[in-house]
Ligand binder design. Structure first.
Ligand code: HEM
Length: 192
């Protein structure tokens, strides 16, 4: 029991097996259709989205507000251990979300229309652009600046401080954008 639940990889694998069983029980008759595979890609997209935005909210709701309350000698536990690990899953979850989101739009046959706000796909188009801005923020602003702030790459004390501030502003910007982004993601299927 402990051996199983103590191992994240085994637990994740069991989660996938359970999902496949659910799919077989509920949707066996649809497995040969394009619509089913477009749905599977969308499901994987949302899974990556949860991992990404979950970690964004962890940074903004938990880690950033807690840092000033942590004694200086304990700060390296966050800066050297937890934050680099969280940032690894954070940036690759962002990449996975973008990849499977674009694939979803492609499989739904409206990628170009959505990105150009045409053909009744303006809602998801706005959501996709908001999320693309957020992903660019992750890869081109937050991650390079966090590398300096956390000492993964060399930087002097002033540069570290400036980098931490830039990363914080970009992270807070993403938190702001995430609410309208998610509105658009969920609205397309429901209110158009
Ligand atoms: C650049 C990044 C993204 C792209 C290209 C993208 C694209 C898409 C597309 C095309 C859909 C299907 C819309 C439809 O026709 O109903 C969708 C749905 C969705 N996306 Fe995204 N998305 C992105 C980021 C995100 C993020 C960050 C989240 C956060 C969790 C997210 C969550 C969702 C959800 C919950 C749905 C609704 C699924 C449903 O109603 O069935 N997406 N996305």
């Amino acid at each position: 029991m402990d051996k199983f639940f103590g191992n994240l990889h085994r637990v994740l694998l069991a989660g996938v097996v359970l999902a496949i069983l659910v799919a077989i029980i509920l949707h066996l008759d649809q497995i040969g259709t394009h619509a089913f595979w477009a749905f599977v890609i969308r499901w994987i997209h949302v899974w990556f989205g949860i991992l990404w935005i979950g970690l964004l909210y962890y940074f903004n709701f938990v880690q950033m507000p807690s840092m000033p309350k942590i004694p200086d000698e304990q700060k390296p536990a966050i800066g050297k251990v937890i934050a680099p690990e969280a940032l690894f899953y954070f940036r690759w979850a962002a990449a996975g979300t973008v990849l499977f989101g674009l694939l979803t739009a492609l499989m739904n046959g409206y990628l170009v229309e959505a990105l150009t706000f045409r053909g009744g796909f303006a809602t998801i188009g706005i959501g996709m652009w908001l999320a693309l801005i957020m992903a660019a923020n992750v890869w081109f602003v937050i991650w390079p600046n966090q590398k300096k702030a956390l000492g993964i790459v060399q930087a002097d004390a002033d540069a570290k401080k400036a980098a931490a501030r830039t990363a914080m502003l970009a992270s807070r910007t993403n938190t702001l954008l995430s609410i309208a982004m998610l509105y658009c993601m969920v609205a397309q299927q429901n209110v158009g």
